[in-house]
Ligand binder design. Structure first.
Ligand code: SF4
Ligand code: SF4
Length: 191
């Protein structure tokens, strides 16, 4: 039986004696890291921008991709009330179990008597998967590309509230402009 011969590639890596000694390459890497660190630190100390990173939360990125799953928003009816019918499907499908909905009941509204009295999402545990948006039968919840400004040192302060989700105003939404032109901004018509 012929012994197994391992396949070789045209670009097999070859290590020189210099590479195999390791120390010079480690020192070269450390020199590059130190140079970048000191340059950024010098710029920062003299009030200039150093590293090409965003100084969050003082700065926010403006270049999120249009399909980025960022902040949740609740869509509204022409009268400004939430389109959500408090069916709880989004909360049921959520893999992180971070959506809390408290349903209200309005017998005067025969078309959609249930509405969310409280609708909150815990952003300290949300994984931004978008399943809640997919599950909603009413197109009542969407995710916009902007990220929520919920920086905090306490997890309990990272809940996105119903009013914040309703107050977001899209500059442009090709799928559906909401609230419709001339409609009042989020108004509470319910008890
Ligand atoms: S994006 Fe995913 S994890 Fe976050 S609330 Fe929606 S379903 Fe839950
Ligand atoms: S957002 Fe949609 S899925 Fe969630 S409770 Fe409201 S209507 Fe139901």
């Amino acid at each position: 039986m012929t012994p197994y011969k391992r396949k070789t590639y045209w670009n097999e890596p070859a290590q020189t004696g210099w590479d195999r000694s390791y120390l010079p390459e480690i020192l070269r890497g450390l020199a590059i890291t130190s140079r970048v660190f000191l340059r950024n630190m010098g710029r920062w100390m003299t009030g200039r921008k150093g590293a090409l990173t965003t100084y969050y939360p003082e700065e926010t990125r403006a270049d999120y991709a249009p399909l980025n799953r960022g902040k949740h928003v609740l869509t509204q009816r022409p009268d400004g009330s939430p389109q959500c019918i408090a069916c709880n499907l989004c909360a049921t499908v959520c893999p992180a179990k971070v959506i809390e909905i408290e349903a209200g009941f309005d017998p005067a509204d025969t078309a959609h008597p249930k509405f969310p009295l409280r609708f909150e999402i815990d952003y300290s545990r949300c994984v931004f998967c978008g399943l809640c948006v997919e599950a909603c039968p009413e197109d009542a919840i969407r995710m916009v590309k902007e990220t929520p400004g919920l920086t905090s040192d306490g997890r309990m302060q990272m809940w996105l509230t119903r009013d914040e989700m309703l107050s977001w105003q899209p500059a442009k939404d090709v799928a559906k402009p909401y609230p419709p032109k001339g409609a009042p901004m989020h108004q509470e018509h319910r008890p």
